[in-house]
Design a protein around this ligand. Structure first.
Ligand SMILES: Nc1ncnc2c1ncn2[C@@H]1O[C@H](COP(=O)(O)OP(=O)(O)OP(=O)(O)O)[C@@H](O)[C@H]1O
Length: 617
C-alpha cells in the first residue's frame, strides 16, 4: 500500500497496520524464545492480580464489619494475610519482569542493529548510493530498536489487559450487566481521533528521514577532523550551526503541532469519560445509601468500575499505539526486505582458480542520474604479466572502469571476460578475493595498524610476518617499527592513545592492505595522490615487481609512472581515445602526447642558453 494512502482512516488501513503483528511475534520468538515466554507468562499472572486484590479488599472490609458484631478477629487476620500475600507475589513478579525486560531489550536492540547492518552489507553499491535507500536505512535505524520493544510491551500489555478486563467486567456484570457494557464502550468513542493522530505522527516522522540525515551529516562534519579543520579555516561554524538549528526547528514546530492536537483530543474525551464514570459511581453510592449494597461491596464495586474503565481505556490506547508503531515497524521490514540480488546473481556460480586475462568488449555504463555514459564502447585486453595504466582528465571514467572490474556495479552493457568467461557468470566473492585494490578515496580505519593492513586478508591478520612483508612492499615498515606498540598501535584521532599519520603514510598503509592480499590482480587508483615523488617512484617500482607474473592496473595523473606501463589507455569523456605503449602514444602525437608535454613543461623553466640544457624547477 502506498504510504500516502495510509493517511485515511479506514478498516483496510487498520488491517494494514496490524498485519505485521505475526511477523513481529515471529521475530521476537526467533530472537529469544525463553525470555519471550517468561515475559508473557508473568504478564498473564500480573493481569489477575488487580481483581484478586479487589476481591480480597472487598472481603476484608466485609469481614471487619462481621468481626465487630461477632468479636472474632481471626477471620480478619486471614483476610489480611491473603491481601498482603497477593501484594508480595505481585512485587516478586514485577522484579522478575524488570530483570527479563532489561535483558530482552538489550538482546533485541543488538539483534536488530546487527540485522540492519547485515542488510546494508548486502546492498549493491548502486543501491547504497541511492538517496531513497539511504532514507529507508535512516528510517529503519531511527525507529526500529525502540519501536519494536514498544510493540512487544504493548502486545504483552494487551494480553494482560484483556485478562484484567474480563475479570473486572465479570465483577461489575454480576451486579448490573448494562453498566459493564457502558464502561467497555466509552473509551471507543475516542478511537478514531486518536487513530488519525497516530497516523499523522507517523507521517511527520516518515518525512523527516532526509532532513534528519542532513542534520546528522552537519553534525558529522564538525565532529570529523578534516571537516573540522576546513570549517575553522573557512569560518563556516556559524553557517553550519544555523543550518543545523533550522532543521531542528522544523522538527520542533511539527512536534508542537502534534502535541497541541493531542491535548485537544485528550481534553475533549477525558471530560466525556469523567461524566460517564461519575454518573456510574453516583449510582453505586445511591444503591448503598438505600441499603441495597454492603459497604464492602461498595468499595469493591467502585474499584471494579474504575478498573474496568481504566483497563478498557488502556486497551484502546494500546491498540492505537500498536497501530502507530506498526507503521514504523513496516519501515524496518521494508528495509530488511529490499531486494538486493540482481537477476543474474543466481547464475554466478563459476569459481575462478586464478585470473589469467581480462577483456572488455564494447562495454557501456551509465550512472542513473547522469545524462551521458560514464563509459562508452570500451574494448581492451590485459594478460597475466602485463601492467595497464589508465590516464585521462578528471571525470573521464577511469575509476568507473575499476568499479566494473571489481563488480561494484554490474548493470553494464557489452561484456567483461575473465579468462574468456563472462564476469556475469563468475562468483563475485571469489573474484574479489583475487583482487587487491587501493581506491582513490581509501579508508583510514581508526583502528590498530594490524587491522589497517590485515583487512587485506582476514585469514592472515594474526600473521605478523605477512603483515610486515606487506608493509615493507608498501614502504611503511620502518614507520611501523618506530611506533610505540608497532602493529598494535591505534591509528587516527578518534580513540584513546591514537597516533595520527600523515596523508602519505595512510596511503602507504592502504597500499600495504592491498598487497597483503594473495591476489592475481592488483589495482592502484591514484596511488600517488598523497605521495612525494620519491615515495611514488618507490611504490611504483614495488608494484611492478609484485605484478611481474600477475595483472596490474593503475590510474595516475603522473606520467613519470605511467610511461613504464606495458599498455596505456587514454580515456576522454568515457571513451578510449588512444591506446598503446608510451613510445607509441608519443609517436601518435595525440591527447596523450599533449597531456605529457603539458606536465613535463610545467617542470621545465627554460633552456640554459649556453648549454642548451633544460632547467627543471
Ligand atoms: N557514484 C556516481 N554516481 C553518479 N555519477 C558518478 C558517480 N561516480 C562518478 N560519476 C560520474 O562519472 C563520471 C566518471 O567518473 P570517474 O570517477 O570514473 O572519473 P575519473 O576519470 O576516475 O576521474 P578522476 O580523475 O577525477 O578521479 C564523472 O562524470 C562523474 O561525475
Amino acid at each position: 500500500m502506498a504510504t500516502k494512502q495510509l493517511q485515511d482512516f479506514s478498516l483496510s488501513n487498520i488491517w494494514y497496520t496490524i498485519r505485521s503483528w505475526p511477523r513481529v511475534l515471529k521475530l521476537l520468538w526467533d530472537i529469544h524464545k525463553g525470555y519471550l515466554s517468561i515475559l508473557i507468562l508473568i504478564n498473564i499472572l500480573q493481569a489477575v492480580v488487580p481483581v484478586l486484590s479487589l476481591l480480597a479488599t472487598q472481603n476484608l472490609v466485609n469481614q471487619v464489619m462481621v468481626a465487630q458484631k461477632t468479636g472474632d478477629f481471626s477471620l480478619v487476620l486471614w483476610g489480611f494475610g491473603f491481601l498482603i500475600g497477593i501484594g508480595l507475589c505481585n512485587e516478586l513478579l514485577n522484579i522478575i519482569e524488570n530483570y527479563c525486560n532489561s535483558i530482552f531489550k538489550t538482546i533485541l536492540s543488538n539483534t536488530l542493529g546487527y540485522k540492519i547492518m547485515e542488510k546494508s552489507t548486502q546492498l549493491k553499491l548502486a543501491d547504497f548510493e541511492d538517496p531513497n535507500i539511504q532514507d529507508d536505512l535512516k528510517r529503519a535505524q531511527m525507529e526500529a530498536n525502540y519501536r519494536i520493544f514498544e510493540i512487544f510491551s504493548q502486545m504483552i500489555a494487551f494480553v494482560s489487559g484483556v485478562v484484567t478486563l474480563i475479570s473486572a467486567v465479570s465483577v461489575v456484570a454480576v451486579w448490573k450487566w448494562w453498566i459493564a457494557v457502558i464502561l467497555m464502550i466509552t473509551p471507543f468513542i475516542s478511537f478514531i481521533s486518536f487513530f488519525r493522530l497516530g497516523q499523522e505522527r507517523f507521517f511527520v516522522q516518515y518525512k523527516r528521514a532526509s532532513r534528519f540525515r542532513f542534520s546528522w551529516y552537519l553534525f558529522f562534519l564538525i565532529s570529523k577532523d578534516n571537516g573540522f579543520r576546513e570549517i575553522k579555516l573557512f569560518g563556516l561554524e556559524k553557517y553550519i550551526l544555523n543550518k543545523y538549528n533550522k532543521i531542528n526547528e522544523t522538527f520542533l514546530t511539527e512536534d508542537r503541532n502534534l502535541a497541541k492536537k493531542q491535548v485537544k483530543i485528550s481534553l475533549t474525551f477525558e471530560f466525556l469519560d469523567h461524566i460517564v464514570i461519575g454518573s456510574i459511581i453516583l449510582f453505586i453510592l445511591w444503591t448503598t445509601f438505600i441499603g441495597k449494597m454492603l459497604i464492602g461491596n461498595l468499595v469493591g464495586m467502585v474499584q471494579a468500575v474504575n478498573l474496568t474503565y481504566s483497563t478498557s481505556n488502556t486497551l484502546i490506547h494500546n491498540v492505537l499505539t500498536l497501530c502507530e508503531n506498526n507503521l514504523f515497524i513496516q519501515q524496518l521490514f521494508h528495509y530488511l526486505d529490499l531486494t538486493t540480488k540482481s537477476k543474474s546473481d543466481s547464475l554466478k556460480d563459476i569459481e575462478l582458480s586464478t585470473i589469467e586475462s581480462i577483456e572488455f568488449r564494447n562495454v557501456y555504463f551509465q550512472y542513473p542520474d547522469m545524462d551521458r555514459p560514464a563509459l562508452n564502447r570500451i574494448s581492451f585486453t590485459l594478460k597475466k604479466g602485463e601492467t595497464l595504466a589508465l590516464v585521462g582528465e578528471n571525470g573521464s571514467g577511469k575509476s568507473t572502469l575499476v568499479k566494473l572490474i571489481t563488480q561494484l556495479y554490474d548493470d553494464f552493457q557489452g561484456d567483461i571476460l575473465i579468462n574468456g568467461i563472462s564476469i556475469k557468470s563468475i562468483d563475485v566473492t571469489e573474484l574479489r578475493r583475487k583482487i587487491g585494490v587501493v581506491f582513490q578515496d581509501f579508508v583510514q580505519y581508526e583502528m590498530p595498524v594490524r587491522s589497517n593492513i590485515g583487512f587485506g586478508d582476514l585469514d592472515r591478520m594474526d600473521d605478523d610476518q605477512a603483515l610486515l612483508d606487506a608493509a615493507q612492499k608498501a614502504g611503511i615498515q620502518s614507520v611501523i617499527e618506530q611506533m610505540p606498540k608497532r602493529l598494535e598501535t591505534q591509528l587516527g584521532q578518534w580513540f584513546d592513545e591514537s597516533l595520527q599519520l600523515s596523508g602519505g603514510q595512510w596511503q602507504r598503509l592502504a597500499i600495504a592492505r592491498a598487497f597483503m592480499r594473495k591476489a592475481d590482480l592488483y589495482i592502484l587508483d591514484e596511488p600517488s595522490s598523497f605521495l612525494d615523488p620519491k615515495a611514488e617512484m618507490d611504490v611504483f617500482n614495488r608494484f611492478k615487481e609484485l605484478v611481474t607474473d600477475k595483472l596490474g592496473i593503475f590510474i595516475s595523473h603522473r606520467f613519470s609512472s605511467v610511461r613504464f606501463a606495458d599498455k596505456i589507455l587514454v580515456l576522454d569523456q568515457g571513451e578510449i581515445v588512444e591506446q598503446g605503449t608510451h613510445r607509441e602514444l608519443m609517436a601518435l602525437d595525440g591527447l596523450y602526447a599533449e597531456l605529457y608535454q603539458l606536465q613535463v613543461s610545467s617542470y621545465i623553466m627554460e633552456k640554459d642558453k649556453q648549454t642548451n640544457q633544460e632547467i627543471y624547477m
